[in-house]
Design a protein around this ligand. Structure first.
Ligand SMILES: C[S@@+](CC[C@H](N)C(=O)[O-])C[C@H]1O[C@@H](n2cnc3c(N)ncnc32)[C@H](O)[C@@H]1O
Length: 270
């Protein structure tokens, strides 16, 4: 399947439990959203686009800071939630490789674990829709093996080997130098790599398994081993980490890349 058709399959995995994702998984990402908005200085009057916006919590938090927001996601069921949360924002269903906005439409672009090593061309599209000098903030997984909360991602490893290879290629963008190179090649300057706070918290093992099952990579695992096996393995994984009187807590390394679109006109390669 060609890249430009593949995005239409994304909703199968990411959208099938959109309400669970929006209420059980996405809220834990709030630390990441707040930290990146703060580093980018998002404020009143900024026109901001969030690429791969999921169910729109990051957009809601950018609006709290006064930004005028747009967003795009391939999953129409996640976009339905994002629009419900942000009725006046311009939120589209579509592909991050073909953004449906004019050149130089935005002051700020964000993408929270939406652009990966497998989707580098999305960076050029973001550059196109940013004004000269416009700011970008991207996040990707950092060094997972040394993250105390890596246990929370372990059930994804039940996917088949082809999917696991693809997941490894995706997360390669977090390696030192990778994101910096991509941004520099795509016409960005003042590139910074920062650590971004990221913690998933869950009330109990069953809620953890249900939250995890709402995500795209979980769907890849479920296709391989079946729903019942996935849920049992995820619940069992979390049972080992239960602490009396405290939530389940998974702190995971997330890398942020911050940069600015260069003011110079760029020679496009044919
Ligand atoms: C890891 S989730 C991140 C969602 C959201 N940014 C968040 O912080 O929770 C990845 C998102 O990318 C979206 N996605 C995957 N491929 C896409 C594409 N080609 N174009 C737009 N969105 C895409 C998925 O639907 C999903 O919402």
């Amino acid at each position: 399947m060609t890249t430009d058709r593949r995005w239409q399959m994304v909703d199968e995995g990411w959208g099938r439990r959109a309400v669970d994702f929006a209420t059980l998984s996405e809220p834990s990402n709030c630390r990441e959203y707040v930290a990146v908005h703060q580093r980018l200085g998002v404020s009143a009057g900024d026109r901001l686009v969030d690429v791969a916006c999921g169910s729109g919590l990051a957009i809601e938090l950018a609006r709290v800071r006064g930004a005028e927001c747009a967003g795009i996601d391939a999953s129409h069921r996640l976009v339905a939630v994002a629009r419900d949360r942000n009725p006046h924002a311009d939120i589209r269903v579509g592909d991050m490789h073909a953004l449906p906005w004019e050149d130089a439409s935005f002051d700020v672009a964000t993408s929270f674990r939406g652009i990966w090593g497998t989707t580098p061309a999305a960076i050029s599209e973001i550059r196109r829709v940013l004004l000269p000098g416009g700011r970008i903030g991207l996040t990707v997984w950092g060094h997972l093996k040394t993250s105390p909360g890596v246990w929370a991602l372990a059930p994804f490893r039940m996917a088949d080997s082809v999917r696991l290879e693809n997941q490894a290629a995706m997360v390669s963008l977090g390696r030192p130098g990778k994101g910096e190179d991509l941004l520099a090649r795509s016409g960005f300057v003042d590139i910074e790599r920062v650590d971004v706070p990221f913690v998933w918290e869950f009330a109990d093992p069953e809620t953890f398994a249900r939250a995890l099952a709402s995500t795209g990579p979980a769907y890849e695992a479920i296709q391989n081993v079946g729903e019942a096996v996935f849920m049992e393995a995820a619940t069992e994984q979390a049972r080992q980490l239960v602490r009396d009187g405290l939530p389940l807590r998974a702190q995971i390394a997330v890398v942020g890349y911050l940069a600015r679109k260069s003011e110079q006109q760029r020679k496009e390669t044919p």
